[in-house]
Write a protein that binds this ligand. Structure first.
Ligand code: NAP
Ligand code: GDD
Length: 349
């Protein structure tokens, strides 16, 4: 029998890849999108699945729209990916982030509890929960020490997911996913920012890459690998929480070096550091131990760091070369404002 899934955040990176994966295993896929002045479906178009998705307008800050989305789709599985997901922006909009990324989870869980508590629930939890100075590699037992308003909001979502599981017997899982990237990552995240600007530098379209903290270390994986783990979690006998990672860690500086090496360029000639990209508080080192997922879900990452860097830079070169040849696509790069023109906070000397 055909299964149905409802995805909040289907217009984002993971939502689009998850939708593609579920369509590939013959699910009927429903996805919520926010009303905005300009439609934002470029990722679904880029993956060639836009026409196969059943779209429902809903906002995670509006409970009634979530209830309606559940009633319309009547899914077996609910994937809650909607979030204000940029850690940097959570320092600029801590209250909005709490509403969407934190309370949004409560709204989703409560809507499910009231409409149909049998629907299985996936919560997009995060390695940001571990915060700064955590022992590593981090696993499901490592203590949380959130270090941003984003992480605090996600921690509330993590706990409510457990509370609804333990208190109401709902099948609710936290996927504690470490950073995962792809060519359809938002441009503000460091990997895509690096690959996008590096490709433009290589083609003579840009001269400088301006970054913040180069020493931060992350465990970077590949988004299409990671969305499969979301589905696996909801196919188990018991609901549980799982770390999803590669167990490799690399600094932002290493990411830059690898990217420029691929292009045959010396990164030191193009990189500048600007404190406007430093956060009030940053997470210094993330490295995830995914052995529980490997054992119970039979999941492991397929793509490693060096392959990820290559996928990202190759696709960015391909896009900008085609752009130089006059082709235009629904990817987002040309539509973004130059970061130098974005004012986020008062920087005192
Ligand atoms: P993303 O590309 O930023 O996508 C976020 C999605 O949430 C977008 O579809 C966005 O819609 C939607 N959204 C934002 N505010 C909303 C609201 N008020 N109501 C309904 N939808 C809303 O993020 P991602 O990388 O795909 O990540 C997916 C989820 O996993 C997020 O919850 C993120 O926090 C979490 N996570 C990500 C990573 C990672 O490394 N990627 C790691 C751990 C956890 P618009 O298109 O309209 O903005
Ligand atoms: N974005 C950005 N821009 N980050 C920079 C820059 C820059 O110019 N320069 C240095 N960095 C550093 C950040 O300070 C951070 O330490 C690291 O690069 C990674 O930043 P992001 O790519 O913005 O990701 P993140 O780790 O903060 O958050 C992502 O991963 C989380 C999982 O650990 C997001 O996808 C979150 O939604 C996710 O939960």
């Amino acid at each position: 029998m055909t299964k149905s899934a409802l995805i909040t955040g289907i217009t984002g990176q993971d939502g689009a890849y998850l939708a593609k994966f579920l369509l590939g295993i013959k699910y009927k896929v429903f996805g919520t999108y926010r009303r905005s002045s300009t439609p934002n479906f470029w990722r679904l178009q880029y993956l060639g699945i836009f026409d196969e998705i059943n779209l429902i307008p809903a906002d995670i800050i509006d409970s009634s729209s979530i209830v309606e989305a559940i009633n319309i789709s009547q899914p077996e599985e609910f994937y809650n990916l909607a979030a204000q997901s940029f850690v940097g922006a959570s320092f600029e909009q801590p209250i909005g982030t709490g509403e969407i990324t934190g309370l949004g989870v409560t709204r989703a869980l409560e809507a499910l509890r009231q409409v149909d508590p049998e629907i299985r629930f996936y919560q997009a939890s995060t390695s940001e929960l571990y915060g700064n100075k955590a022992p590593f590699p981090q696993n499901e037992q490592t203590a949380f020490n959130p270090s941003s308003p984003y992480a605090v909001a996600k921690l509330s979502g993590y706990w409510n997911t457990r509370i609804y599981r333990e208190g109401y017997g709902m099948f609710a899982c936290n996927g504690i996913l470490f950073n995962h990237e792809s060519p359809i990552r938002g441009l503000e995240f460091v990997t895509r920012k690096i690959s996008n600007i590096a490709a433009k530098i290589a083609l003579g379209l840009e001269t400088t890459l301006v970054l913040g903290n180069l020493d931060a270390k992350r465990d970077w994986g590949y988004s299409p690998d990671y969305v499969e783990s979301m589905w696996l979690m909801l196919q188990q006998k018991e609901a549980d929480d799982y770390v999803i990672a590669t167990n490799e860690t690399h600094s932002v500086k290493e990411y830059v070096e690898k990217t420029f090496d691929f292009l045959g360029l010396d990164w030191q000639e193009y990189l500048k550091v600007d404190r406007r990209f430093l956060r009030p508080l940053d997470v210094n080192l993330l490295q995830g131990d995914y052995s529980k997922a490997e054992k119970k879900l039979k999941w492991k990452p397929k793509k490693r760091f060096h392959e990820l860097v290559e996928i990202m830079i190759k696709e960015e070169m391909n896009r900008w070369e085609r752009w130089q040849n006059g082709e235009r696509f629904p990817w987002d790069a040309p539509n973004y404002p130059h970061e130098a023109n974005i004012l986020t906070r008062v920087l005192r000397v």
